[in-house]
Design a protein around this ligand. Sequence first.
Ligand SMILES: C[S@@+](CC[C@H](N)C(=O)[O-])C[C@H]1O[C@@H](n2cnc3c(N)ncnc32)[C@H](O)[C@@H]1O
Length: 193
Amino acid sequence: MKHFVYFSAKGATSGKALSGDLMQAGRLDIAIHSFIQAIFLSHNFRRDVTFHFILYGMPDPPKHIEICVNDETPISKKNVVKLIQKLLYKGKKGEKTEVEPGCFVEKKSFLKVVEELMEKEVECFILDKKGESLREVKIPTECAFILGDHEGLPKQEMKRLKKYLTPVSIGPHMYFASQTVAVVNNELDFRGI
Ligand SMILES: C[S@@+](CC[C@H](N)C(=O)[O-])C[C@H]1O[C@@H](n2cnc3c(N)ncnc32)[C@H](O)[C@@H]1O
């Protein structure tokens, strides 16, 4: 399984916020573009990818939404916003809830999500312009890529994570979050991971 862990310091954590302009909901438009690049193919889905949204915006942070598409997941490009909205509305206090098949929501911090992946022996990489070239780095089949939104990754948590995790770069520019996801998926495709 491949994972993308998307962090947003201001991504809204209420279903109501998704009724209006996504740009006003802590730039959830960027989150959704990244999710689409992670999971969607033309007329198909990547069923071996799990996307994690880590949202720290108001009113109920931190929220962890986890989506891995299976045959029962009610998903299409047209209803992604409604699906995320439903997950935010239906999350139950104190427990991880499967709101739709393959779609979970819970209250969990960024560090906890990453630590749990590491406990499951998933090798986590930080997507960072200054990191090692993605083309050179050894990547196992159980891997995770951590990225930020337009404001980047949280400084304090990254200081801690950089002690254990390898930062990897996809190229010399600062790319859109969604572009980094597309490039990583493409590299993994070429490697047959
Ligand atoms: C639009 S960028 C964030 C820009 C933000 N101002 C910053 O300084 O981090 C969104 C995310 O894409 C990833 N990213 C952007 N360019 C990258 C690159 N060249 N290599 C690897 N990851 C990159 C990083 O994880 C970043 O947090």
